[in-house]
Ligand binder design. Structure first.
Ligand code: SAM
Length: 276
């Protein structure tokens, strides 16, 4: 392994997954502190023995299935670069749909917003970056996830987000909001995907929600009306096969204007409702 571009190509050949070449390049570019373009532009760049050893270690982790984002310790989401670790979910591009929808709602200029199950802080921080006048509260039941979101808040220099450890609304008293957003765990405990791919490395606390995957959504939708101002919105992400039961939960809780939304691949992804 004598030069950077060849090293990345060789590494790609050793890796499994959907995008071995990209993974190999990302791991090498990050290690060298350069861009992927640099690898292509300067193929003569020599790797030192220490760089080769460090790169081999990263490739071994990736070969074992560990997600690239955990190896790099960060992931892009919306316009932000966020730290990520094994305390919570790696932010997914699909969740940007929920951010887009929230930004499109008719809300007061200084809206009070809560993000339930904030994980890395992805949703709350993306909204805060776009709406500096909004006041965001971001909660998670896992103290380690709240600590990660707080580090991301500081990294993104966003002062309009407050972090709190809470089991959904449990620590929020009688606080009310103009918008409640959540991407809660929604995989059922028997789903075979849990033992495949990236999901093997992400914590069950971020993925699994009882035997039907709806336990978290049921709790959030049922309790949301007590925490919404008149005219306030509830917006949640859910599994592709959960659009109907989730819409039924919204209606049963008394929400109006209930509507589901599909992502760019045409997959049902979110549901929205308004509290009258
Ligand atoms: C699917 S992850 C979403 C993380 C982040 N919002 C995102 O979109 O990338 C769900 C998050 O909900 C949190 N969570 C699970 N149960 C919770 C509960 N009872 N109360 C608060 N947060 C909870 C998990 O710790 C995890 O961080």
């Amino acid at each position: 392994m004598s030069e950077a571009a060849i090293a990345a190509q060789l590494a790609a050949a050793e890796l499994a997954g959907d995008s071995p070449e990209l993974d190999a390049e990302l791991l090498l570019a990050d290690l060298l502190g350069v861009s992927r373009t640099y690898l292509a532009t300067w193929p003569e760049r020599e790797l030192s023995a220490a760089e080769q050893a460090a790169y081999r270690e990263r490739l071994a982790r990736r070969r074992s299935g560990e997600p690239v984002a955990y190896i790099l310790g960060e992931q892009g989401f919306w316009t932000l670069q966020l730290g990520c670790d094994a305390s919570t979910l790696i932010p997914r591009p699909e969740t940007e749909l929920l951010v887009e929808q929230a930004l499109g709602l008719a809300l007061p200029a200084r809206a009070a917003v809560v993000d339930l199950g904030t994980g890395s802080g992805a949703i709350a921080l993306a909204l805060a970056s776009e709406r500096p006048a909004w006041q965001l509260l971001a909660v998670d039941a896992q103290p380690a996830a709240v600590a990660l979101a707080e580090r991301n808040r500081a990294r993104c220099q966003l002062d309009n987000v407050t972090l709190l450890v809470s089991d959904w609304f449990a620590e929020l008293g009688g606080r009310q909001f103009d918008l409640i957003v959540s991407n809660p765990p929604y995989i059922d405990s028997g789903d075979p995907h849990l033992s495949r791919g990236d999901l093997r490395f992400e914590p069950h606390s971020a993925l699994v929600a009882g035997p039907d995957g709806l336990a978290g959504l049921r709790q959030i939708i049922g309790a949301a009306p007590r925490h919404l101002n008149a005219g306030g919105w509830l917006l949640v992400e859910h599994g592709y096969h959960q659009a109907e039961p989730v819409a039924a939960l919204f209606t049963a809780a008394g929400f109006g204007g209930v509507q589901g939304c599909r992502d760019l691949n045409g997959v049902p992804r979110t549901t929205l409702g308004q509290w009258r």
